[in-house]
Design a protein around this ligand. Structure first.
Ligand SMILES: [Zn+2]
Length: 311
C-alpha cells in the first residue's frame, strides 16, 4: 500500500507518517497533521538524534505550518523521549499517560544500557542502538480523560483514550476529514503486540473502535502503514492469546510455561514473538488479581529466552 521505508510519507493530503523500519524495539512511527499555518505532531521518538532527524525531514511541511501541538499517544519512551525538541508546542496526553511517564525516565534506560554484566547485556540486546544520555523528560502541558477534540489550522482532530491496553493511557488520533487514524501502539504491524497493562479485552475493544471509524489509512505505532485488515490481524492475535492463556490458567499451568506451550503458528512469523511471555502474564494478572507478575528485568529475560529457543 505504501513503501515501508525510513522517513516521511504523505499518506493523504496533509497527513504524513514518519516510519522507522523495521519497527522492532524502539523503532516507532510518528505522524504529522498539517493544517493552515499550524501542524500537529503525533509522537516524538526514542532519543534526541532520531527526533532531530525526523523534525528535519518534516521541514518542507512545517516551515509554513509550524508544530503548534504534539500528542503523545502513550508513555513509552519511543513515543515521548524527544519532547524537549518540541517544547514550544502544547504537548497533549491522556492524564494516565502523563502519570505513567514519570515511572520510566530516560535516566533509568540510560543506566540499564550502561549496566555491567548480564543485566546490561540483556538491555543492550534490546535497546543498545539508542542514546538515552542527556535527555530531559519533557512532560505534557495539557491532559485529558476520555476524549478531546482539538483544532489544528482549521482541521478537527479527535483524540480518543482507549487504554488501559498497551499501557495505562493509550490514545488514538483520528483525522476525520482525511480518513486517517494514527493508532500509536494499539497496532504493531508485522511485529507482535506487547500488552504491558491490559486487560486484553480493552485492547480488543480498541481494535473494534478503530475499525468503526472507517478510515482509509491506518498508521500503526510500529511497522508498515495498513488499513482495517491490519487491525483485524492484531485483534485476531489478541483474541487467540486471551483464549489460549485462559484455558491454561484454568488448568493450573504456570504463566511462563503457558507462554512456551501456546503454538503461535502464523503469528510466530511476526517479529518479537517472545512478547507472548508478557501477554500471557497480563492475561493471568487480569483474571486473577493475586497473580504476581515478574519484574521487568525478568520479563525481558523470558522474552529473550523464548526467542532464542524458538528463533
Ligand atoms: Zn512503541
Amino acid at each position: 500500500m505504501f513503501n515501508y521505508q525510513l522517513g516521511v510519507h504523505e499518506v493523504t493530503d496533509g497527513c504524513l507518517a514518519y516510519l522507522q523500519p523495521d519497527g522492532g524495539w524502539g523503532y516507532s512511527n510518528a505522524g504529522l497533521v498539517v493544517g493552515d499555518g499550524q501542524s500537529l505532531l503525533v509522537d516524538t521518538l526514542f532519543d534526541l538524534n532520531l527526533t532531530d532527524a525526523m523534525l528535519n525531514s518534516m521541514k518542507p511541511f512545517t516551515s509554513s505550518a509550524p508544530i503548534s501541538a504534539v500528542v503523545n499517544t502513550h508513555a513509552n519512551g519511543d513515543h515521548c523521549y524527544g519532547n524537549e525538541r518540541v517544547a514550544n508546542a502544547e504537548i497533549i496526553a491522556s492524564r494516565s499517560a502523563a502519570e505513567e511517564m514519570k515511572e520510566v525516565p530516560p535516566q533509568m534506560l540510560a543506566a540499564l544500557n550502561a549496566a555491567p554484566g548480564e543485566v546490561g547485556d540483556l538491555f543492550r540486546s534490546f535497546f543498545g542502538d539508542f542514546d538515552f544520555s542527556g535527555i530531559t523528560l519533557t512532560p505534557p502541558t495539557r491532559t485529558f480523560d476520555g476524549r478531546l477534540d482539538i483544532e489544528v489550522g482549521g482541521r478537527v482532530v479527535e483524540l480518543m483514550e482507549v487504554g488501559p491496553a498497551h499501557t495505562n493511557g493509550d490514545v488514538i488520533v483520528h483525522v476525520p476529514d482525511a480518513k486517517v487514524v494514527y493508532t500509536g501502539d494499539i497496532l504493531f504491524i508485522d511485529g507482535t503486540p506487547i500488552v504491558w497493562a491490559g486487560p486484553l479485552e480493552n485492547w480488543i475493544a480498541a481494535c473494534d473502535l478503530i475499525t468503526s471509524l472507517g478510515a482509509d489509512v491506518v498508521v500503526p505505532g510500529h511497522g508498515p502503514i495498513t488499513d482495517n485488515s491490519g487491525v483485524a490481524e492484531v485483534r485476531d492475535y489478541l483474541s487467540y492469546v486471551l483464549r489460549e492463556a485462559s484455558v491454561r490458567q484454568d488448568s493450573g499451568m504456570d504463566a511462563f510455561d503457558a507462554a512456551r506451550d501456546i503454538a503461535l503458528d502464523a503469528f510466530g512469523t511476526w517479529g518479537e514473538f517472545g512478547r507472548i511471555c508478557v501477554n500471557v502474564d497480563t492475561v493471568y494478572r487480569s483474571r486473577n488479581p493475586q497473580h504476581r507478575s515478574p519484574d521487568v528485568v525478568e520479563q525481558f529475560r523470558r522474552m529473550a529466552a523464548l526467542e532464542q529457543a524458538n528463533g
